[in-house]
Design a protein around this ligand. Structure first.
Ligand code: HEC
Length: 162
């Protein structure tokens, strides 16, 4: 392996360690990694230019982490009394993409579904409300920013999962 392809693979790994961005970049990354292991001349890579994550992207990453913690909590039968207030900034956080009324409507729905979790009376209702909430993440992400969809789908609590 020559020095260039080592550098190149290094670059890919740095790229991969970043959170899934909006574009599905995993395919081209895999292809690039394959090309690199075969010692083919690498193509110039767009992925290596890293944009600053937007306010909204940072909020999303943090919602992802905290909602996974919430999943665990709900599966233990512990229904939260409230949800983190900064989730409300989904309406005002600056995004890289251009957003419109559809985004606002779905963002409202998402917040409503977060609230619904706090009103659940027991574990079963909590699980249902949690899955509805994940459903709104997914609805919005089928329209905007499809990259994280597979990760979002995995957030759901499956039947029989405990
Ligand atoms: C109302 C629409 C909407 C909802 C609801 C929503 N998202 Fe997003 N999400 C977006 C948009 C738009 C972006 C892209 C932000 C940008 O372009 O700056 C994004 C970006 C992301 C990213 C990528 C951040 C990055 O690193 O670039 C992740 C991960 C994510 N969302 C996860 C989630 C999860 C998990 C939920 C639910 C808990 C959720 N989203 C709910 C619209 C939404």
């Amino acid at each position: 392996m020559n020095r260039f392809s080592k550098l190149f693979i290094g670059g890919c790994l740095i790229g991969a360690s970043f959170f899934v961005a909006c574009q599905q970049e995993s395919n081209s990354e895999t292809q690039a990694a394959e090309a690199a292991t075969k010692d083919q001349a690498p193509q110039p890579k767009k992925e290596l230019e890293m944009n600053e994550p937007s306010e909204l992207a940072l909020l999303m990453r943090s919602m992802y982490d905290r909602n996974l913690a919430l999943k665990k909590q709900i599966m233990e039968g512990d229904i939260p009394e409230s949800f983190p207030e900064d989730f409300l900034t989904i309406h005002t956080a600056k995004a890289n993409e251009k957003l419109n009324e559809t985004f606002d409507a779905l963002a409202k729905e998402y917040i409503k579904n977060m609230e619904a979790i706090t009103k659940a009376e027991n574990r079963e209702e909590g699980i249902k409300a949690y899955n509805n909430m994940v459903g709104t993440c997914a609805s919005c992400h089928t329209i905007y920013c499809q990259g994280p969809l597979p990760k979002i789908r995995k957030m759901r609590i499956q039947e029989g999962e405990s």
